[in-house]
Design a protein around this ligand. Structure first.
Ligand SMILES: Nc1ncnc2c1ncn2[C@@H]1O[C@H](COP(=O)(O)OP(=O)(O)OP(=O)(O)O)[C@@H](O)[C@H]1O
Length: 283
């Protein structure tokens, strides 16, 4: 079943942002080949939130990592297409994928500790995400409005002091006192704060699609809820589509408009969240 376009996201909402067709991903090992993803289909429209749900080992992360061009180890796309804004990126070059990551497709990874560099300040890491996409010192409308609220002026040409920009991005991800937070290092942050820093980094370049891989699974339930609420609000306000990976069907139904259920590498169910939840699918 193909998800319906989300109303109110402009004329291009008729066209999928991401259209995964018959995707096959395999890992080679000394004992043979593991077919991690089989003939998987998945569509995400602009601004839409889609969750991939499934038990451990069902292929959720592999599918998401294939989309972002970050398959680990011997993982290879062995069939099918990954159309992003109509372009097949299943076999795109490393440099094309690097350009897409961050600027068009952001990632909030599963494990904040191993995805933040311990020797760099948080602010430096946000700045790097901006620099990599040529956006250091550039304020979009949202940042200009946040700067005005903060009593800072942006120039008429949309320039902003890069340290102020970093502080605002951290604040927007739910880290008050962003200027001070920017000077701190990952070990000075709690797990929840590190996750928020990764959200700031993932959204810094305003990607059209954000992939969130079990973004809060290591956190306690209250912190998890608060962060997911914040992430949902932020992506809605920014108009960012999200591909949310989780093993928790209830959480997926709460957080996403559309659910794709994976089992042993295959998409076995796909539809509006409520329908999938009420369908009582069990793996
Ligand atoms: N780096 C790897 N090398 C070899 N096989 C791998 C690798 N990563 C994943 N796999 C295999 O691919 C299959 C799908 O794994 P994947 O991690 O995508 O599942 P998942 O649904 O995301 O699980 P989890 O919820 O535990 O992260 C599994 O059989 C797994 O063993």
């Amino acid at each position: 079943m193909t998800p319906r376009p989300v109303p109110g996201h402009g004329a291009d909402s008729d066209a999928p942002l991401l259209d995964v067709r018959e995707l096959e991903v395999a890992f080679r090992s000394s004992t043979g080949t593991v077919q991690a993803v089989r003939q998987a289909n998945l569509t995400v429209y602009p601004g839409q939130s889609v969750a991939i749900v499934g038990e451990s080992g069902s292929g959720k992360s592999t599918l998401a990592h294939a989309v972002i061009g970050l398959l680990p180890g011997t993982g290879r796309v062995t069939g099918g297409q990954i159309l992003f804004e109509g372009e097949d990126i299943a076999h795109a070059s490393a440099s094309r994928l690097r350009r897409l990551r961050g600027s068009e497709i952001g990632l909030v990874p599963q494990d904040p500790m191993s995805n933040l560099n311990p020797v760099w300040s948080i602010g430096f890491q946000v700045k790097e995400a901006l620099r990599a996409n040529g956006l250091a010192g550039v304020a979009d409308d949202r940042l200009a409005a946040l700067a005005a609220e903060d009593g800072t002026q942006t120039s008429e040409t949309g320039r902003i002091d890069v340290n102020e920009q970093v502080a605002l991005l951290l604040q927007d991800a739910g880290l008050p006192d962003g200027a001070r937070r920017a000077r701190q290092y990952p070990h000075e942050f709690s797990g929840g704060m590190r996750q928020r820093a990764l959200i700031a980094i993932g959204l810094a370049a305003r990607p059209r699609l954000l992939i969130a891989d079990e973004p809060t699974s290591a956190l306690d339930v209250t912190v998890q809820r608060r962060i997911l609420d914040h992430l949902g609000r932020l992506t809605r306000e920014l108009g960012t589509a999200t591909l949310f990976i989780t093993h928790d069907l209830g959480l997926a139904a709460e957080r996403a408009e559309h659910i794709v259920v994976m089992h042993r590498g295959r998409v076995v169910e796909s539809g509006p969240s409520l329908e999938v939840l009420q369908g009582g699918f069990r793996w």
